[in-house]
Design a protein. Structure first.
Length: 309
């Protein structure tokens, strides 16, 4: 019976973490849907937001909520400026050029902001208790529950925005076809700015939640790489794919940490597999991503593109 509860606990906590991954992955999808560019600097955006809020709170005594507002305004302005100065001039260039530009930007930001605010690890106290919440025999981590709830609320808001508002419908049109949208009188460049602004909002939320969960320093940017399997698995164009992919990746990661990592340290396991043990939860999502790509190169919910040659 204990094993059953242990499995349920691992699965639920994995799904909660997966929803937090999905929130971060939404930034990738928003930018790709609107501009056809993969932003490899999204993890650095999360790091910037987390470092700003933590530094303002720890070094200057700024309340967390006010720090959140300051970081939110900064990230929106920063993303809009970045889109106009760096990425808009590259429209129409080969995709690899845009990819390399965002990778270079990621390296630059990862060094710049720790240099400004310091590289020491800071805690980010959101007032969420550290003691686990116990439901039956299941122990839940409070920050995971709160983060998952915020992710669900945010996704619901985005769904309503895209389905019911004029700007949301126009942004969907821009995501489907830039040329047709321009012919219909839609200001495509304005909606590029809107997409990057929303990605900035997502980065601030991700920075707060993940900064509170694992601490704030330049390694917070690694979260951006950890969610990349979520984006590929769900589909680069699909918001629904973010949620499904995030939950799958979170559960797979949790199962790896719960069952495979401890098993690999046991003598009976080493008799068959001469491994030192540990670390499987970090690479299992990438293995899953590769397997899915063999059968569905466009992801579970991505747009299937067929080209006639």
């Amino acid at each position: 019976m204990f094993a059953v509860w242990y499995f349920v606990e691992s699965t639920i906590n994995g799904a909660l973490i997966g929803l937090m991954y999905a929130l971060v992955a939404l930034g990738f999808v928003l930018i790709y849907k609107s501009t056809d560019a993969i932003n490899f600097a999204q993890g650095q955006f999360i790091m910037i937001a987390g470092i700003m809020v933590a530094a303002l709170a720890a070094d200057y005594g700024v309340p967390i909520f006010l720090g959140f507002i300051i970081a939110l305004v900064f990230m929106i302005v920063f993303n809009v400026a970045l889109e106009r100065v760096v990425l808009r001039p590259m429209i129409g260039r080969p995709v690899v050029s845009i990819i390399m530009a965002t990778i270079g930007l990621a390296a630059f930001l990862e060094g710049l902001f720790p240099m400004i605010f310091g590289s020491s690890t800071r805690s980010l106290d959101l007032g969420i208790p550290n003691d686990p919440w116990i439901i039956g025999e299941v122990y839940l981590t409070p920050i995971n529950v709160v983060g998952a709830a915020i992710a669900v609320i945010f996704f619901a808001g985005f769904t309503l925005f895209f389905m019911k508002s004029r700007k949301g419908v126009a942004l969907r049109a821009v995501a489907d076809n830039h040329g047709v949208s321009m012919a219909m009188g839609i200001n495509v460049e304005m909606y590029f700015v809107l997409a990057w602004s929303m990605a900035g909002v997502v980065a601030v939320l991700g920075g707060l939640l993940w900064g509170s969960a694992i601490g704030v320093d330049n390694t917070l940017a690694v979260v951006g790489l950890k969610v990349f399997p979520v984006v590929i698995l769900g589909g680069l164009e699909s918001i629904k794919g973010c949620i499904v992919g995030g939950i799958i990746v979170g559960i797979v990661e949790a199962w790896g940490g719960t069952y495979l990592d401890p098993a690999m340290t046991q003598e009976w396991f080493r008799e068959f597999f001469p491994f030192e043990g540990g670390g499987t939860k970090d690479f299992l999502p990438y293995v899953l991503m590769i397997i899915v790509l063999f059968f569905r190169p466009y992801g579970l919910y991505g747009k299937k593109i067929i080209e006639r040659v």
